[in-house]
Design a protein. Sequence first.
Length: 444
Amino acid sequence: MRMFHTRDTLKVNEKGHLEIGGADCSELAAQFGTPLYVFDEAYIRQMMRVYRDTIEEEYDGNGLVLYASKAFSCEAMYAVADSEGLGADVVSGGELYTAMQAGFPAKKIVMHGNNKLPYELSYALDCGVGTIVVDAAAEADFLDSIAGKREIVQDVLIRINPGVEAHTHAYVQTATPDSKFGFSVAGGAAEEIVRYVLQKKNLRLRGFHCHIGSQIFEKQSFVIAAQKVLAFVAEMKEKTGFEADTVNLGGGFGIWYAEGDPMIAPAGYREYLSALIAAVREGCAAYGLRLPRLMLEPGRSVVGEAGITLYTVGNIKNIPGIRKYLAVDGGMFDNPRYALYQSRYTAVLANRAGEEPEEIVAIAGKCCESGDLIGTEFHLPKAEQGDILAVLSTGAYNYSMASNYNRNFIPPAVLVKEGRAEYIVRPQTYEDLVRNDVIPARLK
Ligand code: LLP
């Protein structure tokens, strides 16, 4: 049985077509055109509920799951997260603005960033963002001063770096000693910033944040990080008298992309949270701490497997003895992850999904760049021009990392519910591409 048959969201229907959330992918391609991002709403909601319900049931609801919107940010995603009772993690003024446009409650937003700009911090205070995660002393100074001008006291967390080595691609490790993120516990920088922020009149320190990386499957990495954060809470209580009432353990849970990756059903992600909750409870008991409010920030695991990208197969180039390239109407401008991280993916011919794979092909994009590939090892039936190709698990960090490279259009996105698809991101037009272009008069 092909791997994708086991996913709830993906099926092969009686026509032999791939279906997502009950919608036939060939029909979606015909209706909306390609390339097209397609998201299954039921899967997204299922994932959100698993996280939310685990906190509810195993931690007395004393916490908040924040959807890490960098994984996929558009107004509809904030609307879905809000309707499921989640908060949101934003990392820029742009993500915050998108959330605000969607009517997302600002109090349930946590703002991150290793170099938040003055205009972003001011905008965050104007919106009434609930929590800001401090990642530099200068940021604490600026935030304190603008909060003072507004005569408010802003809740903040401090991002600490507990020095946990997580098993993942090096580019997405964020808590090793060499990191642009956070304050290192080991060198004493974390303690120093705690003392510093505690003196700020217009900042109310609530606790600590840590995020150890992304696409991580080892439960133990998360547990060790949680233990280290709790140890730091205890150490700060003892040294400064400050006892954190909030602990944010970030996101990072891995998803299935291709053969060899663990395939975890939505309910299976409960185990990660249960392990974290147990570590927090044990830490608190061991150090005599109050149970803190627990925040988590899953992004990839919420939307990654909920999304696929549909392309149309164009030119096919067979280089005997070397490889066969299928060129599609998308590429690194809608999915730069192979170019950036050599990420692996699984592809299916959506209009012939019942057929067995016959050959191994590379999938190339349409950009003027040799490295513009979706990957090089796809097992597919013999594809022909015009076939619809679905690349799976593209819901996270695809649209959100897309660009207009070569002045290609960033593809639109549709959300499928019970077989019906609607736009959540409309197609771009040629006018969009030149909207901000200006020809100075002297060049005319
Ligand atoms: N919280 C913080 C502070 C983060 O930095 C991240 C991800 C998350 C939460 C969400 O992590 P997730 O649950 O999605 O793993 N562009 C890369 C991924 C970068 C992740 C950055 N931070 C990729 O395409 O793999």
